[in-house]
Design a protein around this ligand. Structure first.
Ligand code: HEC
Ligand code: HEC
Length: 325
């Protein structure tokens, strides 16, 4: 019996020190995301227009980094909070800690150089060297091509400065150490050939961060082996809402949808959205933001989503009531 206890004690100590060494290793060698680029993102009219399109309608930065009006369908962004940050994610949202969306107006980003800002967006490493929570979809923005990134940075520099200060994010142990493994270097990928619809669709789906909500997460990181299978739960729109399966699976995904229906679903939210009855179903899907995408770009997203593996994962969107707006 004593021998057994001793063996258990040795094993426990061994495991604890192995874990300790692993953490030490991570603190020493990660995040491993390379150095910020030296980047010139001077504002030109073309860059500002493209940057606005990326920030507000494709990468939907402003949907997470602004307040949203959830008294209306799909919570349109409240214009005078554009980029002010402050939204909080906690354990109630499956986050181990408290993570605040930062102020990304010029007042919030004044300490950043253009290169450091591009680095933070695409690798997830802030200018102080901290690895961010992958809730900020930097793993998907890693695909952003250089000219779009310059346009985005130029645009962020040009929005109205708002002085809201947001508390620092804090992840619990050991997530605060493990998160250092998430960032990866940015390789300045080329922009997709606009005539190659599938390549364009893959690109827009990535930087559009569709996976941030439609792909199930394991320890906060999207599980790419179940890409677009849905099931993640959200509560910030009022009641509970789950992201549906948007793979081409016939029964539980978008198998029976047509391209026209897909584009219509987005475009239907183009203007002001209707008021939601208090307690009624609402959604976190930033329809009103994506509605700004061109039909051509939405068509490319559709074409790409037809090519992802169909996964059978039925998702009940609204609790047991199953209400569909
Ligand atoms: C799904 C929500 C979401 C979206 C979409 C999003 N962000 Fe974030 N962002 C966050 C969160 C949450 C944080 C804080 C992460 C942390 O502190 O660990 C953050 C942090 C940041 C920071 C770090 C600032 C700092 O030094 O603390 C920058 C810069 C940033 N985001 C820019 C952007 C840009 C640009 C886009 C669009 C390309 C974007 N974000 C889209 C949620 C989001
Ligand atoms: C912030 C989280 C979030 C993001 C980002 C997001 N979605 Fe959604 N999406 C949802 C939720 C939740 C629903 C279910 C409620 C609703 O219909 O709005 C939904 C619904 C949908 C539907 C309707 C499916 C059906 O069966 O009715 C489609 C299509 C869709 N999303 C496609 C996309 C695409 C494409 C992207 C990227 C361009 C994307 N979503 C980005 C959360 C998100």
């Amino acid at each position: 019996m004593k021998k057994l206890l001793k063996l258990v004690a040795v094993l426990v100590c061994g495991l604890a020190s192995a874990f300790g060494l692993l953490l030490l290793y991570m603190v020493t060698f990660y995040p491993d995301a390379g150095k910020p680029l030296s980047l010139d993102a001077a504002a030109t009219p073309d860059r500002l227009a493209r940057g606005k399109y990326i920030a507000e309608s494709v990468a939907v930065c402003t949907s997470c980094h602004s307040d949203r009006d959830y008294t209306r369908w799909a919570g349109p962004v409240i214009p005078d909070t554009l980029g002010a940050g402050g939204r909080l994610w906690t354990t109630a949202h499956g986050v181990a800690g408290r993570v605040y969306a930062a102020n990304i107006t010029p007042s919030g980003l004044s300490a950043y150089s253009d290169g450091e800002l591009a680095h933070a967006i695409t690798t997830g490493v802030t200018r102080t060297g901290r690895a961010m929570s992958p809730l900020m979809p930097y793993l998907m923005y890693n695909a952003m091509c250089l000219s779009d990134l310059k346009a985005l940075v130029a645009y962020l520099r040009a929005i109205k400065p708002l002085t809201r200060s947001t508390p620092a994010s804090e992840l619990d142990f050991p997530t605060n150490i493990l998160v250092r493994m998430a960032p990866r270097p940015y390789t300045s990928p080329p922009c997709p050939d606009p005539d190659d619809e599938l390549a364009l669709g893959a690109y827009l789906t990535s930087i559009g961060a569709c996976q941030a909500c439609h792909t199930p997460r394991v320890a906060g990181i999207p599980d790419v082996t179940r890409g677009f299978a849905g099931g993640e739960e959200f509560t910030e729109a009022g009641g509970l809402v789950r992201a549906p399966n948007i793979t081409p699976h016939r029964a539980s995904g978008l198998g029976s949808w047509s391209r026209a229906r897909f584009i219509r679903a987005f475009k239907a939210h183009g203007g002001a959205t209707r008021a939601v009855r208090p307690g009624g179903p609402n959604t976190v899907m930033p329809w009103t933001a994506y509605a700004g995408m061109t039909e051509r770009d939405l068509g490319a997203v559709w074409a790409y989503l037809r090519t992802v593996p169909p996964l059978d994962n039925p998702v009940e969107r609204y609790g047991s009531a199953g209400v569909r707006e």
